[in-house]
Ligand binder design. Structure first.
Ligand SMILES: *[C@@H]1O[C@H](CO)[C@@H](O)[C@H](O)[C@H]1NC(C)=O
Ligand SMILES: *[C@@H]1O[C@H](CO)[C@@H](O)[C@H](O)[C@H]1NC(C)=O
Length: 303
């Protein structure tokens, strides 16, 4: 579970090459493409007064203080697509603070929800953030992975994206795939594919577990803690009852087509680099916790 050493310079070079070679082409699609103003796409879930925008409305700020955090969610729900946002995380001493960016079938944490999570775990000044991902199906998660990042996510905006179709679920950081979960094409208890999800983001206090397993507490003297968002984009199948056309896997949309069912060769190179250098925790390797590893752990991300 140690962070392995790697050379940031080599990483940067590799990423540059990868970006040039691999820039995943995201052709204009026929599904719903959402962009634009906050009110067009989102509702505030709680504590309106902890939400602010820049003067031009393009950057959104969520803040956490001792009283409360803040969160927002999309007005629409989606089943499959490409979901992307730029985030700049709480700088300085952010130990105990978690910024979450996730998709979920429900607004509350219901017992049969599906959920796809990215959580940014804050840290003491100068110590690295980790990103934790998790996948829930029908109320059950326990599929955590943790990754170190190759940059300081508090210094600049970086892009965090999710590709979701019936074949795979891929988490991207700046277009680099960091985690892949494959579907086996059969009814199973791990791959969420049956219910539309909303996209959420929130900031909250999690100093009972987030930083060094809960040892590092939130320093409220440093409050408010603020994370910033911009450039939300969805290219996906917007849900309408009872069943939108775009879900029928007629593969009209790039995110649903054959090329999006597995990583491209260039993405595989990036993913291999991530696997070698940035994985801090992988539940699929945790045989102490899971003497019998979960079924999905035998699915190869390389196929
Ligand atoms: C989902 O979970 C609920 C309760 O937690 C259970 O009753 C139900 O059978 C589960 N559904 C499936 C399809 O596994
Ligand atoms: C915080 O920094 C410490 C020390 O570098 C590190 O062990 C830990 O993994 C970091 N992240 C979290 C979320 O605890």
């Amino acid at each position: 579970m140690e962070r392995r050493a790697f050379s940031p310079a080599a990483a940067a070079a590799l990423l540059f090459i990868a970006a040039v070679l691999a820039s995943p082409s995201a052709p204009a699609a026929e599904g719903a493409v959402a962009k634009g103003a906050f009110e067009d796409n989102f509702n505030i879930m709680f504590s309106e007064e902890h939400f602010k925008t820049s003067e031009d409305g393009q950057i959104w700020y969520l803040s956490l203080d001792k009283q409360t955090g803040c969160g927002f969610q999309t007005k629409q729900s989606y089943r499959f697509g490409w979901f992307s946002m730029k985030l700049k995380l709480v700088g300085g001493d952010s130990a105990g603070v978690v910024t979450a960016y996730y998709m979920c079938t429900e607004t509350a944490a219901g017992p049969t929800r599906d959920e796809v999570d990215i959580e940014f775990l804050g840290n003491r000044t100068g110590e690295p953030y980790l990103i934790q991902t998790n996948v829930y199906k029908n109320g059950t998660g326990n599929r955590e992975m943790r990754h170190a990042l190759w940059f300081d996510p508090t210094e600049d905006f970086h892009t965090y994206s999710i590709l979701w179709n019936d074949h795979q679920l891929v988490f991207f950081v700046d277009r680099v795939p960091v985690r892949v979960m494959k579907n086996n094409g059969k009814p199973n208890n791990y791959f969420p594919n049956e219910k539309p999800m909303y996209l959420f983001s929130s900031i909250w206090n999690a100093d009972d577990w987030a930083t060094r397993g809960g040892l590092e507490k939130t320093d409220w003297k440093k409050a408010p803690f603020v994370s910033a968002y911009k450039d939300f984009s969805v290219d996906g199948c917007q849900w309408v009852d009872p069943y939108p056309d775009c879900v029928s896997t007629t593969t009209k949309n790039w995110w649903d087509q054959y090329d999006a069912w597995h990583l491209s060769d260039a993405q595989k190179m990036d993913f291999a680099w991530v696997e070698r250098n940035l994985v801090v925790y992988d539940y699929c390797k945790d045989t102490e916790r899971f003497p019998t590893l979960p079924e999905e752990c035998s699915m190869s991300p390389w196929e």
